[in-house]
Design a binder for this molecule. Structure first.
Ligand code: ADP
Length: 495
């Protein structure tokens, strides 16, 4: 015998079917929820209804607004929000409210009001509607937070300076960030076709094999290696890679993540430091060896006064060389700890430059020295000791890196500034080195004459402390000109 459902049941099933179908629709959430409420409200013969979220804020409503009396708000808070129980308020209008609960979590509430009093028997029906509505709202919220989190995570990955590559348990590349793409200079679709290990050479075979094995077997793995990333154009980048398996909270390995950091600068600095240590040791040892040898000669041998003076002259030069190196090292440490200060004084430009050049004229007969200052009586307010150091460094280099010829020092007052240049006719500097010669420890040729690679770095720092600029032009085999442009009076002190 077939059981027949009476018409009201058909009506309810049809209503529920329509309501739940509505929840699955795409479109404006507010509109969908309002239609949902009004259809349900129509069935209940309600004047209006309202859907509230977990903090009692309306999500959707229909009909004339409900007058929120103190007893309504009190009941709603106590019964629905605190005890997660339905409420019935027999006032005018009569109000029914049901909590929207999923898995003991309160998602919100659904409230209807009408002229005819609601009866307790109607509440279970509202409970049937409330559960899928609660689940739906919770899923929506979850999806929204998830999408927001995902977007946030993607933004973080995209803005990272370090490259990041995600691989699956087979070691296949699944995704990577912009930084990695920029590092490789390979189109995105080609990156996916490659094996992650192809990018890094040398990488010990054991490292890549153990990483891949750990991905497959689900063992934890984390290791850091310094290696090289080679680009299609043949250029290299020193990188530190960190290989890690990704472990979920439930201790499952879902794949791997490879961090790639550009360490070109660190490698360069390390190399420069090594070179610096060997240069400084050499620069310290050479004058000391000469001085010691000469002292032995002076003590052991009878010599003429002229010979004595010659030895003492060399010893003087070597002592001076040592002093310069030590002063440069002290200056370097002052610059690095930001302790280099300037004491401003007013002085005559021509006089200071002449004093700087004089010792060179006395010692270096192989060179001619020209000085021109305009206006001849021009003055400047700057730190005279530091400006002297700058000029001596530049003239010293002009002499050191040329076999002879003229060294011209020129100073011109241009408005509120002095433009000072030091020009030589020496070996010049190849173009590819020009961008580096002001760097700490940088020397064009390690085996060239004495020097530590600090002079131009200190010179540039002093000029910049005076809020000036230094530039260089050079032609190999023809000569070099360094130009300084500094204010004639001290610029406003920075706040
Ligand atoms: P260094 O102690 O080696 O002289 P600097 O910092 O003074 O150090 O100079 C850096 C490098 O720049 C030098 O090693 C040299 O190769 C180059 N250089 C500086 N001045 C000149 C110049 N006038 N002519 C040619 N090369 C120069």
């Amino acid at each position: 015998m077939t059981k027949t459902l009476n018409p009201p049941h058909y009506q309810v099933i049809g209503l529920l079917h329509g309501l739940f179908g509505m929840l699955g629709q795409k479109g404006d959430l507010g509109e969908i929820l309002s239609t949902f409420l009004s259809e349900l409200g129509e069935y209940l013969d309600a004047l209006g209804g309202v859907l509230l979220d977990a903090s009692q804020q309306p999500l959707a409503s229909y009909g004339p607004p409900l007058r929120e009396t103190p007893s309504y708000l009190e009941e709603l808070t106590r019964e629905v929000y605190t005890h997660q129980r339905p409420m019935l308020l027999d006032e005018n209008p009569s109000i029914v409210g049901v909590p929207l609960v999923n898995d003991h979590r309160l998602i919100g509430a659904m409230v209807f009001y009408r002229t005819k009093a609601f009866i307790p028997e109607e509440i279970p029906f509202l409970g049937v509607v409330a559960l899928p509505l609660a689940i739906h709202l919770e899923n929506l919220e979850y999806a929204q937070t998830n999408a927001a989190r995902r977007a946030e995570l993607e933004a973080v990955l995209a803005s990272m300076v370090d490259g990041l590559v995600v691989v699956d348990r087979e070691g296949r590349i699944q995704s990577f960030n912009q930084a990695f793409k920029d590092m490789t200079q390979i189109p995105a679709d080609e990156i996916f076709l490659r094996s992650w290990a192809d990018f890094f050479h040398p990488l010990p075979e054991q490292t890549s094999e153990t990483f891949e094995e750990s991905l497959k077997t689900g063992k934890r793995f984390t290791q850091k290696r310094n290696t090289v990333l080679t680009r299609p154009d043949g250029t290299n980048m020193n990188v530190a890679v960190s290989l890690n398996t990704v472990v979920t909270q439930a201790s499952h390995i879902t794949g791997g993540v490879i961090g790639v950091r550009d360490i070109t600068r660190e490698v360069q600095i390390d190399r420069l430091k090594d070179e610096f240590i060997s240069t400084v040791s050499h620069e310290l040892r050479t004058p000391l060896t000469i001085i010691r040898g000469f002292i032995e000669m002076l003590t052991d041998r009878e010599m003429s006064r002229e010979e004595n003076l010659q030895l003492l002259d060399v010893m003087g030069h070597e002592t001076h060389r040592l002093e310069r190196l030590i002063n440069d090292l002290l200056d370097l440490s002052k610059i690095q700890s930001n302790r280099m200060t300037l004491s401003y004084k007013e002085f005559k430009m021509e006089r200071l430059l002449r004093q700087c050049i004089h010792p060179f004229e006395v010692r270096h007969h192989s060179h001619r020295f020209n000085l021109s200052v305009s206006p001849a009586a021009g003055r400047i307010i700057a730190d005279p000791d530091r400006i002297t150091q700058v000029i001596i460094n530049l003239v010293g280099n002009a002499v050191k890196y040329s076999q002879g010829g003229t060294v011209s020092v020129k100073a011109d007052r241009e408005g509120g500034r002095w433009v000072i240049s030091v020009e030589d006719q020496g070996m010049g500097i190849p173009a590819q080195h020009l961008g580096h010669i002001f760097d700490r420890f940088y020397r064009v040729n390690e085996n060239q004459t004495e020097g530590s690679g600090l002079g131009l770095f200190i010179t540039k720092t002093i000029v910049e402390r005076h809020q000036g600029k230094i530039s260089v032009k050079s032609r190999p085999g023809v000569g070099t000109i360094f130009t300084i442009d500094i204010p004639a009076t001290p610029p406003q002190k920075r706040p």
